[in-house]
Design a protein around this ligand. Structure first.
Ligand code: AMP
Ligand code: ZN
Length: 492
């Protein structure tokens, strides 16, 4: 009886709280971002070392082939973090680096198979990676360092590690001595004893200890190599990231991110190299790792042959549908990639774009995203919850009658969308898209409306808006001709 009486009241109170926080102007920030840090295995409040220069690094792709949608997961989820940090600390106060691994055995193999030099392969797949991620609305990072562009820094880092007694040369190789670093294994919570016994480390005669890992190794005559004090050779993969982080961000960064598969050995080794070359100073204050994108409950990976390439998916689906699907699960949880996931993402986005199209004539209020939405993102990037809030906004916007309410809700939807990297196309273009989205044919009435809005903008001498509308129309293959004060349009 009690429950029956009290539940509606509790709901009412909750609704009141939601409603009041939604309209609250959020210039007084009370929320602090919480991030789950792999090193301490807990959610911690995020406080950057320097609020005017928040630094973040993500291990980027190895560019030897097309990236799959599993590779897109880190690019997209940490893009949301980048957007959130920029909103919180200011655009110019966040520095994000995502590297390009352009030295790797797989690249050598791909170049050999095609009979070309490695730069032909790496240039091609770097370009494709950039195009693919741009189609998913991933912002360009501030730095995109390459391994080949940082050979000098890598060699210098190896030299420092040798001088400090953390590395040694053996048969043209330089190896990191894991016993020289007390905290080796602390990130992945592995004990050295177990690692030595484990099968994951490569045993070689020249290693002092089977768990020692390669910093530099000799290059075969037919393979690309760089001159070094230890002969012609090439860097180990882990070394590449340590050197690039130092070169573009500095000796200590706020956030280091990557997929869960990188915790060991890649990040453990990066941490060992960087800390030993910087007097034991911590490399990253927060270590973030995303869960796997799976196919039939197995990690999507090239070696298992169960991949869906971004490049291919983009032929059938709009980039925002893929992005929405990637954000539908919490970034640390596994995400099963299925056809119905994509269908659902598309249907939901169609609904939101439908709302925005209905509010086409409403001038969006310049407001921040609602507090409840922000709270979800602040809570270790809870994107599923943030998307649920977006759904509520869309429903409210559909029901709104007062102009002021429509303007407010439209503004809130756009602000929330901007943080998630959604609604980057005009609703008219969305529904015009040939990617199986919504109604295929944009009717003449909608075009007339846009043309009229452009005429009005020109009358108001709002040239920026007039140009924007012209661009929207030209994306839709509509050409406008201005004659004697009139604008007429035709399909191109
Ligand atoms: P790779 O090119 O394999 O080094 O991967 C590039 C990035 O994608 C790394 O951060 C990986 O952890 C991540 N990654 C690779 N496969 C998956 C997957 N199936 N799910 C989520 N992340 C992945
Ligand atoms: Zn890395």
């Amino acid at each position: 009886m009690k429950a029956i009486l009290y539940t509606p009241i509790a709901q009412l109170v909750q609704m009141r709280i939601e409603a009041s926080s939604r309209y609250k102007i959020e210039n007084t920030k009370v929320m602090t971002i919480q991030l789950y840090d792999t090193y301490s295995r807990q959610k911690r409040e995020f406080h950057p070392a320097d609020k005017t220069r928040v630094t973040m690094y993500l291990c980027g792709p190895t560019v030897y082939s097309y990236a799959h949608i599993g590779n897109a997961r880190p690019a997209v989820v940490y893009d949301v973090l980048y957007r959130l940090l920029r909103a919180e600390y200011g655009k110019d106060h966040v520095v994000y680096a995502r590297n390009i691994t352009d030295v790797d055995d797989k690249i050598n193999a791909a170049a050999k198979a095609e009979g070309v030099t490695i730069d032909v392969i790496t240039d091609k797949f770097t370009r494709i990676y950039r195009e693919d991620t741009a189609a998913l609305n991933v912002l360009k990072p501030d730095f995109e360092p390459t391994a080949t562009g940082h050979m000098k820094e890598m060699i210098a880092l190896v030299q420092r590690l040798i001088e400090a007694g953390n590395a040694y040369e053996a048969e043209g190789h330089v190896l990191f001595d894991v016993t020289s670093f007390d905290s080796y294994g602390a990130l992945s919570r592995r004990r050295l004893k177990d690692m030595i016994a484990g099968a994951r480390v490569e045993v070689a005669a020249y290693k002092r200890n089977p768990a020692d890992f390669v910093l530099w190794k000799p290059a075969d005559d037919n393979d690309p190599g760089w001159k070094s004090p230890w002969g012609r050779g090439r860097p180990g993969w882990h070394l590449e990231c340590s050197a690039m982080i130092e070169a573009v961000l500095g000796t200590r960064i706020d956030i280091h991110a990557g997929g869960q598969d990188l915790i060991f050995p890649h990040h453990e080794n990066e941490r060992a190299q960087s800390m030993c070359s910087h007097d034991g100073k911590r490399l990253a204050n927060y270590w973030l790792h995303n869960g796997f994108l799976d196919m039939d409950s197995e990690k999507m990976s090239k070696s298992l042959g169960n991949v869906k390439l971004i490049h291919e998916l983009l032929k059938d689906w709009h980039g925002e549908v893929l992005r929405f699907a990637l954000l539908s699960a919490h970034y640390r949880a596994p995400l099963d990639w299925t056809g119905s996931l994509l269908e659902q993402a598309k249907t939901t986005l169609d609904r939101y774009y439908g709302t925005l199209r209905r509010l086409g004539d409403v001038k969006a209020a310049k407001v921040p995203a609602p507090a409840s939405f922000m709270a979800a993102l602040h809570d270790d990037l809870n994107t599923p919850q943030a998307l649920a809030k977006l759904s509520t906004l869309s429903t409210l916007a559909n029901k709104a009658e007062k102009e002021s309410e429509k303007a407010q809700l439209k503004g809130e939807m756009l602000a929330a969308g901007a943080l998630l990297g959604l609604f980057e196309v005009e609703p008219e273009v969305w529904f015009k898209s040939d990617k199986g989205l919504g109604d295929k044919d944009l009717d003449a009435e909608a075009i007339d409306k846009l043309v009229a809005a452009r005429v009005q903008a020109r009358k108001d001498k709002d040239w920026g808006e007039a140009d924007r509308i012209r661009d929207v129309l030209s994306e839709m293959n509509i050409v406008i001709e201005d004659k004697d004060g009139h604008s007429i349009w035709r399909r191109n």
